[in-house]
Ligand binder design. Sequence first.
Ligand SMILES: Nc1ncnc2c1ncn2[C@@H]1O[C@H](COP(=O)(O)OP(=O)(O)O)[C@@H](O)[C@H]1O
Ligand SMILES: [Mg+2]
Length: 236
Amino acid sequence: MTQDPGSSQQVVVRLDGVHKEYGDAKALDGMSLEIRAGDAVAVMGPSGCGKSTLLNMVAGLDRPTSGAVEVHGQDLGKLNETGLALFRRRHIGMIFQFFNLIDDLPALDNVALAAQLTGISARQARRRALELLDELGIADRKDTYPAALSGGERQRVAVARALMNRPALLLADEPTGALDSRSGEQVMDLLIDLNQIGQTLLIVTHDPHLATRCASRLIEVADGRVARESALEPSA
Ligand SMILES: Nc1ncnc2c1ncn2[C@@H]1O[C@H](COP(=O)(O)OP(=O)(O)O)[C@@H](O)[C@H]1O
Ligand SMILES: [Mg+2]
């Protein structure tokens, strides 16, 4: 793991001159950034500026056209597809605007499933899933299917699923975008609590309120590059 002489915090994410092209479209155009352990970073910018592409690169869901992506000390370019999938499962948690839960499974199984192929038993997985649902205040919804959960409950199940494997990094792509303001606030509070106990966060949002409440740093993206970076004051 590389460290700056000036900082004792580990670098969790480093992008160095990352370009991503889809045909003629430049989704990322030389993006460089660094995120350290314990950071809560908000990413903002207009629709189509490359925010989701950035998260996909960091999660190893897609590969850059050129440039390097390093996460948790691993150069993702050196991993093959299987290696990337394993890396993602072990070190990355992701939450999305539309939750991406499995409709045919109750809440508990949606969460426990994330531990599949990480080597823990089904029984241990269910126990940890229940602990997480309990910590997130929705243990009483463990047997409920996604269709019968509220939006806020669905997102909390998705957060529990993302935390299942104790990821070094939690990525969130517009996590409150599909929620009413009250449920959005609750998910926001949850993210703040997680960061306060040390979880590193990278959150894409359109919502300046979410950015200033949750994040310690703001990265503004325009045309596939970092246009501006600023420190945010912690809010009460
Ligand atoms: N899989 C893809 N195929 C083709 N073009 C894509 C793909 N993903 C993203 N793009 C394009 O790349 C640009 C950035 O997209 P995206 O990262 O989704 O932006 P944002 O999340 O900021 O709205 C857009 O112009 C989009 O149309
Ligand atoms: Mg997007």
